[in-house]
Design a protein around this ligand. Sequence first.
Ligand SMILES: NC(=O)c1ccc[n+]([C@@H]2O[C@H](COP(=O)([O-])OP(=O)(O)OC[C@H]3O[C@@H](n4cnc5c(N)ncnc54)[C@H](O)[C@@H]3O)[C@@H](O)[C@H]2O)c1
Length: 480
Amino acid sequence: MVKICCIGAGYVGGPTMAVIALNCPSIEVVVVDISVTRISAWNSDQLPIYEPGLNEVVKQCKGRNLFFSTDVEKHVSEADIIFVSVNTPTKTRGLGAGKAADLTYWESAARMIADVSKSNKIVVEKSTVPVKTAEAIERILTHNSKGIKYQILSNPEFLAEGTAIQDLFKPDRVLIGGRETPDGLKAIQALKDVYAHWVPEDRIITTNLWSAELSKLAANAFLAQRISSVNAMSALCEATGADVSQVSHAVGKDSRIGPKFLNASVGFGGSCFQKDILNLVYICECNGLAEVANYWKQVIKVNDYQKNRFVNRVVSSMFNTVSGKKIGIMGFAFKKDTGDTRETPAIDVCKGLLGDKARLSIYDPQVTADQIQRDLTMNKFDWDHPIHLQPMSPTGVKQVSIAWDAYEASKDAHALCILTEWDEFKTLDYRRIFDNMQKPAFVFDGRNVVNVEMLRDIGFIVYSIGKPLDPWLKNMPAVA
Ligand SMILES: NC(=O)c1ccc[n+]([C@@H]2O[C@H](COP(=O)([O-])OP(=O)(O)OC[C@H]3O[C@@H](n4cnc5c(N)ncnc54)[C@H](O)[C@@H]3O)[C@@H](O)[C@H]2O)c1
C-alpha cells in the first residue's frame, strides 16, 4: 500500500488530502501538524475550517484511509510520498522583510524529514514557495541523506477557498514539476498515478521544477491583477457616471479577456494574493528587474487604495465624521463560503473606521468573535504563523462588539458596510433594518450585492462601488 503523509493540516493540506483519500482507497493518507488544537479539531465533528462539502468528504474516509495525527516523525518516516503544506509567511525582519517568503517552517520540515527518514522518499512542495526553493530543500535533504534518495517535486495547489472541494474534484489542471532525470521522471509518474485516480490525463501537466514553482506565483499575480484592474476602473466610473458592472460585462464578453474575476469590490484579500505577489516582487528585485518588480507592486498598491477609498467614502458621506457613530459591519471573511479572515479587506476597513473613532458592530456567519478581535489587534503578517505561535490579543478593541445576526448589527446604527458577499445579505429584510436604524440611514455596499433601487425606495442612501453616485453623495466632500 502506498503511504502518503502531508505535513500541515491547514486550508490546503486538510481538504487536498481528504480528496486524495476519497479517490484513492488503496492509498493510506495521514495528515500531520505541530498544532495539537488543529489535529484535535480534524479528529472531532467540528472541523477546524469551513468549506462547503468538506464535512461529507472527511466523514467518508476518516478512520478508513485518512488519518490526522500530531505524531509527525512516525508518519513522515513511514511514508513513500511526503507533501509539505506548511505556512510560507512574508518575512517581517531581516533581508527582504515585508516581501520575501519566510521559509522557516519549510526548512524545519525539511530538516525533520532528513532526520527521521529511513527509506527513499518523494517530497512534494504543496506550499507556495519562491522559485528555486526545491534546490534549497534538495540541499538540506541530500546533505543529511545517510544514503537515502530524495526526489523533490513541485505540485502547487490552485484550489480557491470557498470552492476547494469542487476545485479539487474537478481541477482545471494539476501541475507537477520535477527533475528531468530518470529518477525525477519516475517520481513525476508516481505522483501522476495518484491524481490519475480521478483527474483526466490531459489535465495533468508536467514541467520542470522552476516552471511549476513560478507558474503558481504567476497565476496568483494574474488573478489579483484582474481585480485591481477592475477596481481601478471602478474609481473612474464613480468619477464619470459610468457603471462598473456594465463596463466589466462589456469587457468580459471579449473572448480574449473572459468574464471571470471582473467584479469590482472593496479589494481582494485572502492568505495568498498579497503574499505571493510580494514574493514575486522580491524575486524580480533580486534578479535586478526593478521595472518588473514595480509593475507587480502596483497591483497591491491599487488594492490598498481601494480599501482607503472605501473608508474615505464612508466618512465623507456621513458629514465628514463617524466619531461615536455605530456602524454595522456585514461580513468579515475575505470572501463568502469561508471563515478565513487572513488579509481580509475588512481588517483595513474596520481599522480605518476605528481610526475615525467609529463604534463597530460586526456580524459574519462563519467568523468567531475571538478571531475578529485577534485580527483587529494583530500586527501585519503575524497571522501567517501556526496558531500557537501567534501573539495572543491581550484585550479586545473596545469600540468593537460582535453581533449574532445582521439585524442586531444594524440596530440603532447610522450606517451599514457590506464587506463580504454572503448570499444572505441579498435577502435580508431591509425594511425592518431601515426602521431600526438612525436617520439618514446609509448602506455602503463594498461587494455590490444589494438591490440599489429597492433600498433607495425604502429610504436608504446607498453607495455601491463603481456605480453612478447617489445624489446625496455627490454633494459631499470629494474623496482622496
Ligand atoms: N489557502 C489557500 O487558498 C492556498 C491555496 C494554494 C496554496 N496555498 C499555499 O499553501 C501553503 C499552506 O497554506 P494554508 O492556507 O493551508 O496554511 P495554514 O496556515 O492553514 O496551514 C499550515 C499548517 O502547517 C502547520 N505547520 C507549520 N510548520 C509545521 C511543521 N514544521 N510541522 C508540521 N506542521 C507545521 C501549521 O501549524 C498549520 O496548521 C502556503 O504556502 C500557501 O501559500 C494556500
